[in-house]
Ligand binder design. Structure first.
Ligand code: UDP
Length: 237
């Protein structure tokens, strides 16, 4: 068996990735498929933590666009990520993977508060830690929360599970001429404005020399393949 290339990683999954073919909310089959992939990677001996977005339920910018106060709307967006984190916890535990949810906004009856040292201890014990409520601050995204937590947790890599198998020059589902990149620098991503993660997340990863690996979250086994250095993905370094 090929040994994993990383010891500890953070996987960012957007809320939209959890919708499956639906227009809103959560798709149980998709959650199960992602949970199975995470279980396989944990079985390789890799320590895994997750950041889940909330865009399948509510986004602060959309609330603000329809007239809400932005800070109020972002509070709702962060709570949406907590719902997704609890759903992912449920899916992982149904696969037999021990987990803890840690929220940046304390929700004592539902999950633990974010405590860095405790999160590291959980991972050392083989538990998957799901970080909920983003950074706990408005005006940020869960991409930035993912880069922040990955740096805090001393992860070897930040994995971004997307709808396609890497970073392309344009959306390959709309443009068949789109070019797929194997490797990019952080500055390439920023300069070419490639829509993979927002600029704050890319800058944070760059400052902390945290490689970003982009792969298709919907391809069964792709997460495991990436962890073995196999399969199709784009690395940003
Ligand atoms: N959010 C926030 N602060 C954070 C992370 C998220 O206010 O640190 C809010 C923001 O309103 C955002 C929503 O939570 O729109 C859902 O997160 P995001 O849009 O990043 O989810 P994704 O696109 O990954 O599903």
């Amino acid at each position: 068996m090929t040994s994993p290339t990383h010891k500890r990683v953070l996987l960012k999954v957007s809320g939209e990735a959890l919708m499956g073919m639906r227009d809103y909310g959560l798709d149980t089959k998709t959650l199960k498929a992602i949970a199975q992939d995470v279980r396989e990677v944990v079985a390789l001996g890799v320590e895994v933590c997750l950041v889940i977005g909330g865009g399948n339920i509510f986004r602060g910018v959309s609330g603000a666009a329809s007239g809400m106060d932005r800070v109020q709307a972002d509070g709702m967006g962060m709570l949406a990520t907590v719902m997704n984190a609890l759903a992912m916890q449920n899916a992982l535990e149904q696969e037999g993977v021990p987990t803890r949810v840690q929220s940046a906004i304390p929700l004592a009856s539902l999950c633990e508060p974010f405590i860095r040292r405790r999160a590291i201890r959980h991972m050392e014990k083989g538990r998957v830690v799901i970080f909920a409520a983003g950074t706990g601050n408005p005006y940020f995204t869960t991409d930035t929360a993912a880069a922040l937590r990955a740096a805090e947790m001393d992860c070897d890599a930040l994995l971004k599970g997307t709808q396609v198998d890497g970073i392309y020059s344009a959306d390959p589902r709309k443009n068949p001429q789109a070019e797929r990149y194997e490797t990019l620098t952080y500055l390439d991503v920023l300069a070419r404005d490639l829509s993979v993660m927002d600029a704050a997340a890319i800058s944070l990863a760059r400052e902390n020399k945290l490689p970003i690996i982009v792969f298709n979250i919907h391809e069964p086994g792709a997460f495991t393949a990436v962890m073995k250095g196999e399969g199709r993905f784009t690395t940003v370094i």
